[in-house]
Write a protein that binds this ligand. Structure first.
Ligand code: SF4
Length: 305
């Protein structure tokens, strides 16, 4: 065999090396972001048994994949168990997840519950079924969590899901409310965590392609994706394309709220405000100092109050 590469082989070799380097960088970034979110919100503790909800979509596969990597090097010892709810949607390839999970050696449980028929029966044709479907699924997953004795329930929502929810609540619900990285379920009995909270969706798309996860399409139920969510998602993608970094900044804003500079009297006692007679360095300014661009707009005077 000749040791000299032909031009085509050499181009292919370079391309493969580049792809490998990119995948390595992506893996490091994903582990860093997930590890950071877990640390910032104390999502996983020593001795936890974490139930990873696996739908067969790219996000939940990536969640399990990254948690498995972190498990090997995390200082805290914790267990993972993957759970899939087979909702009996027509054409659901029921062997795909058990085969995958057996191959990678992860303990798993498949819960069979025909929520599809229930939703079809209750919701008129053409109406979106997601809201009832999600509520049913949540109830079932909480029950399974009890049966499996898990201490945390991990969901695969990512940074862009969280921001989309924030804008949906603002535009259509009149609330400043997103999707928290960690929450206690409404019944007060389950701790839900979102370890992908800091991860942008495009990284998950790339990781799923690199890892060749056996993706199960999410259109089997025949429900239309929520149109409003689709529009908000397109808006965020457009902003990110035109103004790189803006979506990151918006997520950072969710971690830096200033109740005294919003208008919710339940979060800040505006009615009881009194004069202090002392200048406040962190006080009100027409523009925050991190907006240097505003100060340089011709004719715009930045007023320090
Ligand atoms: S897309 Fe289908 S399976 Fe997913 S939440 Fe909506 S109705 Fe349920």
């Amino acid at each position: 065999m000749s040791a000299v590469l032909t031009e085509n082989e050499s181009v292919r070799f370079d391309r493969e090396r580049r792809a490998e380097r990119e995948a390595h960088k992506l893996e490091k970034r994903l582990c860093r972001l997930v590890g950071q979110a877990i640390g910032d919100y104390n999502m996983v503790e020593q001795g936890d048994r974490v139930m990873v909800c696996l739908s067969g979509g790219k996000d939940s596969y990536a969640l399990l994949d990254i948690l498995l990597k972190l498990k090997q090097r995390a200082p805290a010892q914790f267990e993972l168990v993957a759970v899939n709810l087979d909702q009996k949607q027509p054409g659901f390839p029921e062997q795909v997840l058990p085969e995958y999970l057996t191959r990678i050696g992860v303990p798993f449980h498949i819960e069979n519950q025909d929520t599809y028929s229930v939703v079809k029966e209750k919701i008129p044709d053409g109406k979106t079924m997601c809201s009832l479907c999600s509520r049913l699924r949540r109830g079932i997953l909480y029950r399974v969590a009890d049966e499996l004795g898990v201490t945390k329930i991990a969901l695969g929502h990512h940074r862009d899901d969280i921001l989309q929810t924030f804008f949906l609540n603002m535009f259509f619900g009149g609330k400043l409310k997103a999707m928290p990285p960690k929450l206690v379920s409404d019944d007060g009995r389950h701790m839900v965590i979102r370890p992908l909270a800091y991860v942008p969706e495009h990284d998950l798309v790339d990781w799923a392609a690199h890892r060749r996860f056996p993706i199960i399409p999410c259109t089997l139920c025949g429900s239309q994706e929520n149109l409003q969510r689709k529009q908000v998602s397109a808006m965020l993608k457009e902003w990110d394309r035109k103004h790189p970094g803006r979506v990151d900044t918006m997520f950072t804003a969710l971690q830096n709220i200033v109740p005294s500079h919003l208008a919710d009297g339940t979060q800040y006692d505006f009615r009881g405000l009194t004069l202090t007679g002392v200048a406040d360095d962190g006080g009100d300014k027409a523009f925050d100092p991190q907006w240097p661009a505003a100060a340089s707009v011709p004719g715009l005077q930045v007023i320090q109050i």
